[in-house]
Design a protein around this ligand. Structure first.
Ligand code: 3PG
Length: 210
């Protein structure tokens, strides 16, 4: 597996689902990443929503096969911290031109969030073609992405937010969807409980969606 991917599309194509992970304890980082990779999910998004998150990114980086990125990157300070921690890709819930510029300067793959046609157009103006569609279910779901495919023929998406094992297949059947993201594979409670077997089972089911 190529773990030095410059291109966010390569990260998006590693598996059908990117697990969105909120991890409270750094001790859980390694077994969690191992459980996900064992189930066939390789691109892992660690959200910057806990004090441990940056240490979690660092700890997961040693796990063979894992391509560990940072999510919930809200500003340039978050970007700098995530990049310094070794995040291989950056996910933002919305489109920040400053964070996009930081990622461009650092050569870091970035997946910024969009939810409207105007945001897609702003992203295209910045030279981007790959986006997180967030919050996917609330912002119109699969029909919205289907509608985006008309005017935005070069844009590719990772719907995230309200995606489940049940509705993921509908998203993944769209030609402009490369992968989807979700927290159901490893929720904070499942992680805190050390349910690695259950997490591997859910990862395997997610990995076989396409
Ligand atoms: C998030 O940022 O919380 C992600 O979009 C995950 O959403 P989900 O919990 O609905 O999967």
């Amino acid at each position: 597996m190529n773990t030095s991917m410059h291109d966010v599309s390569a990260v998006m194509k590693l598996a059908p689902i990117i697990p969105v992970l909120t991890v409270a304890r750094v001790e859980d980082a390694r077994p969690l990443a191992e459980a996900l990779v064992a189930g066939g999910l390789y691109a892992l998004e660690v959200t910057l929503r806990t004090p441990a998150a940056l240490d979690v990114v660092r700890a997961m980086a040693d796990v063979k096969g894992a391509v560990v990125g940072a999510g919930t990157v809200l500003n340039t300070k978050d970007f700098a911290a995530a990049h310094a921690a070794g995040a291989k890709f950056i996910v933002t819930p919305g489109l920040s031109e400053r964070v996009v510029a930081d990622a461009g300067a650092a050569g870091a793959p970035i997946l910024p969030g969009v939810a409207t046609a105007s945001e897609v157009m702003r992203g295209l103006d910045l030279g981007l073609t790959h986006f997180k569609f967030f919050p996917a279910e609330q912002a119109g779901g699969a029909p919205m992405l289907k509608a985006f495919s008309g005017p935005f023929q070069t844009a590719r998406f990772c719907p995230t937010g309200g995606v489940t094992l049940e509705n993921a297949r509908t998203y993944l059947s769209l030609p402009n969807v490369l992968c989807a993201g979700g927290s159901w594979i490893a929720t904070p409670d499942q992680i805190a409980a050390g349910d690695w077997t259950g997490i591997t089972a859910r990862a395997r089911a997610a990995a076989s969606l396409r």
